[in-house]
Design a protein around this ligand. Structure first.
Ligand SMILES: [Zn+2]
Ligand SMILES: [Zn+2]
Length: 427
């Protein structure tokens, strides 16, 4: 094999990463905290395939969005279907809700999911091609602002439980079918005379998705955003009452927020409430966000179904925890360390491990090491309470040595009493 080829093989694709065991401990922490929060707030776990019909996303996320136009990984199957590696989670959950008629079991359902998402983007800090999300969705029932509040509060509590500090929550409303078109026209009218001064993306947005003019990060476009017409003045009474009610819940719950009239999200399916979480002072990107998406089920051919949800980027959460100095829990050391002397003892060791497993005692070993000293050192490093030492002599006598690693006292006991003696010492 030539050198270039080998270098290529031994590299993850651009924008994709391994999660090695040490890194995985952070992910475990996030996962455990998520399980606790979702359990408390009554969200049930749901899993959907990583590949879906590509049309699922073009219909819902939006034909004109960057996600669908530029960033979606599509796969042509041998039978001619066009599938996509999911770029986000919500559309799949709605597809599952409709496909399995989940509304029949109960009109309102709460789900949570986790897993990898894929977007062909330019990788940079906080932006990967394979990234992971944790999402919460409330589907069905009525379009009650209480559910918006409940999704937000569950997400907020998760960040708190992960000891993330300086959380900023930004909330906005992007209106509905009634009030949004008029606001879009007003935005277009405002931007019309300055199109030449705006970036290329904004020129496209002006035509396809004017709300996203407010979302531009390009320096050139910033001055125009400041004086852009304010949506709050244009919300219909239903949207305005809904927003007010969500904010009242936040006040009631003592969750601080910033009302940000320029917050829009990059996906077409949102309506009314949109929100984003930041960890102020760390990185410029959002840890996550979400909103209401009352029209999404209809986009998929279902009945009009109120829904609201949100998702976090796991990589971004882990990065923030690290940069804020959040600590990981101490590892729980194994209680028993098995030490072997000689080949016969090595053979017996696996059987002893099974006996301890059966008795519910945690055990580990360094069977790859032959020297007694090296094994005792490993036992010490592990922090085990007891070393079980097994040598030729013990095997012939049907004994095993139990060594208390705290005070270095040891005793030879018959193997049939081993478990009982260990339990006595571990008390
Ligand atoms: Zn409205
Ligand atoms: Zn721009």
């Amino acid at each position: 094999m030539n050198k270039e080829k080998k270098e290529e093989i031994l590299k993850t694709p651009k924008g994709m990463h391994d999660i090695l065991p040490e890194e995985g401990r952070w992910w475990d922490k996030v996962r455990k905290a998520t399980e606790k929060v979702t359990e408390f707030y009554g969200f049930q776990k749901i899993e959907t395939p990583i590949l879906e019909q590509a049309v699922l996303f073009s219909r819902t996320v939006g034909e004109d969005t960057d996600i669908v136009q530029k960033e979606m990984y599509t796969v042509k199957t041998k039978s001619g279907d066009t599938l996509a590696l999911r770029p986000e989670g919500t559309a799949s959950i709605c597809r599952a809700y409709l496909e399995h008629s989940l509304s029949k079991a109960a009109p309102m359902q709460k789900f949570w999911y986790e897993g990898p998402m894929f977007r062909y983007e330019n990788p940079q800090a906080g932006r990967l091609r394979q990234f992971h999300q944790i999402g919460l969705e409330v589907l069905g029932g009525v379009a009650d602002p209480m559910y918006d509040a409940q999704v937000i509060i569950a997400m907020y509590r998760l960040l708190e439980d992960l000891r993330i500090k300086n959380i900023t929550l930004r909330i906005n409303s992007i209106g509905c079918k009634v009030c949004r078109p008029a606001y879009k026209r007003q935005l277009q009218a405002y931007y019309k005379n300055n199109l030449k001064k705006l970036c290329g993306d904004c020129n496209k947005r002006y035509k396809d998705n004017p709300l996203r003019l407010l979302d531009c990060k390009n320096e050139k476009c910033q001055p125009y955003k400041e004086d852009a017409p304010n949506f709050f003045d244009k919300l219909c009474s239903s949207c305005s009452t809904h927003l007010k009610s969500v904010l009242e819940y936040m006040d009631e719950l003592g969750v601080p927020y910033i009302l940000d009239n320029q917050l829009v999200r990059g996906l077409d399916y949102y309506s009314k409430t949109v929100f984003e979480f930041y960890a102020e002072g760390e990185n410029s990107w959002a840890l996550g966000g979400g909103g209401r998406y009352d029209y999404l089920m209809e986009m998929l051919g279902g009945k009009a179904t109120p829904a609201v949800g949100g998702a976090f980027g796991v990589e971004r959460i882990v990065e923030t925890m690290k940069s804020q100095g959040v600590s990981l829990p101490e590892r729980t050391p194994k209680k028993v360390f098995i030490v072997h002397v000689g080949d016969l003892a090595k053979k017996k060791a696996l059987k002893i491990i099974e006996e301890l497993r059966h008795a519910g005692i945690s055990v580990t070993e360094a069977l790859s090491k032959d020297s007694l000293k090296a094994q005792l050192k490993a036992a010490d490093k592990e922090g085990a309470a007891i070393a079980l030492i097994l040598g030729q002599k013990e095997i012939f006598e049907g004994n095993i040595i139990i060594r208390d690693l705290k005070n270095s006292l040891q005793e030879s006991v018959p193997t049939e009493r081993m478990v009982e003696e260990i339990k006595k010492r571990l008390k």
